[in-house]
Design a protein around this ligand. Sequence first.
Ligand SMILES: Nc1ncnc2c1ncn2[C@@H]1O[C@H](COP(=O)(O)OP(=O)(O)O)[C@@H](O)[C@H]1O
Ligand SMILES: [Mg+2]
Length: 284
Amino acid sequence: MKFQGSSSYVATQDLMLAVNAAITLKRPLLVKGEPGTGKTMLAEEVAQALNMPLLQWHIKSTTKAQQGLYEYDAVSRLRDSQLADVDGGERVKDIHNYIVKGVLWQAFTAEEPVALLIDEIDKADIEFPNDLLREIDRMEFYCYETREWVRAKNRPLVFITSNNEKELPDAFLRRCFFHYIKFPDAPTMQRIVDVHFPGLKRDLLAAAMKTFFDVRGLPGLKKKPSTSELLDWLKLLLAEDISAEALHTKEDKVAVPPLVGALLKNEQDVTLFEKLVFMQGRNR
Ligand SMILES: Nc1ncnc2c1ncn2[C@@H]1O[C@H](COP(=O)(O)OP(=O)(O)O)[C@@H](O)[C@H]1O
Ligand SMILES: [Mg+2]
């Protein structure tokens, strides 16, 4: 099992190394990086390249570790017991009918090896990663209601992503292989754009890339635009048929680009940009 990148996803050499290292070590791959740098997509692409089904668990602030294992649906059972004559009360007698399996249970008991994505783990509360330590390490857990151990038939290939909103506990980090997806440099970004817009005119691409990296380089931005923002913006430029000339800035000065709302996502950043353009205009 080796991951070599794919035709729809640009993986740098060090990213491929990290994926293969995690596979070799049989440890979860913890991927950090700015939002929009392809963390979620990485799991999808690796699963596809290795021909494995992908189970996804998208974490929210309210997600509890237990939900990934299983949940006992006591309410349904109570209701069924009150309507016991439905099927002679057979269903109610077996507690298995009221265990709702979570993604980890599904991943552990799948017939074939699967990939498992735990997406945006930093969204959950601080105890969440610690609550999953044993499950991720030993690949087993105990179901109290049915009194059974659920053990992984095949070790799933685990991807964990984080946008770095919270620090993760040391005990958890020890069990992962870590990779930080650096923001793509210009040549890598060019390859990513090529994947999404193969026939893009070279002059438009060059002008758009320059504007994009200018905007990103602006000191003091609250939210720097990332890969997905550049792709959105390019899509709009194409849809609106905006020419490379409209993006060209005179004498290397910045100008507010058309459809800037695709790149800058809050009013302070737009104001900052406009101020800069205004000051340059006066200095001329
Ligand atoms: N290396 C890459 N190759 C191809 N497309 C990419 C790459 N990185 C990011 N993208 C694009 O950016 C979008 C956002 O990626 P995503 O995986 O959702 O980011 P994250 O999970 O890091 O926030 C993807 O849908 C994809 O279109
Ligand atoms: Mg994501």
